[in-house]
Design a protein around this ligand. Structure first.
Ligand SMILES: [Fe+2]
Length: 137
């Protein structure tokens, strides 16, 4: 049985899928059961940061339209073809809303979150070190 918003990876071909509406069946790819990616949240000895940072910035203050804008980003991590952040996903469980921003190598792994508030879970996927999360509570 899959779990809501669970992210699964095929150990053979690297396919990655996410469950939107869970069912009772097993997720299978390349003839094998797909692996549910664990949400890691404690930095280790990798020497790079994976846990997404969530912060607000004031914008437009010099033009009189000062607003607080929320961002999620992973700055201290390589963004090269061999090793990069593939996406940042924001889950607002209370509002049943998810958003995903995908990145290419050499992009800045930063997601400007407009018109969203409340308790958020932010996930990021590294192409080598898999899934990481943070929350804004
Ligand atoms: Fe990584």
């Amino acid at each position: 049985m899959s779990i809501k918003f669970g992210i699964y990876k095929c150990k053979v071909c690297g396919n990655i899928v996410q469950t939107l509406i869970p069912g009772n069946g097993e997720l299978v790819c390349c003839g094998e059961e797909m692996e549910l990616l664990e949400k890691q949240y404690e930095e280790n000895e990798l020497g790079e940061k994976h846990v997404p940072e969530i912060y607000t910035m004031h914008e437009g203050c010099d033009t009189g339209t000062c607003t607080e804008v929320m961002y999620a980003s992973i700055i201290k991590h390589p963004m090269i073809k061999e090793h990069y952040i593939q996406f940042i996903e924001v889950i607002n469980e209370l509002k049943n809303e998810i958003r995903i921003k995908f990145f290419n190598p050499e992009d800045k792994a930063e997601y400007k979150l407009t018109e969203i508030d409340g308790k958020l879970e932010v996930l990021e996927l590294c192409n080598i070190h898999n899934l990481w999360r943070n929350k804004n509570d």
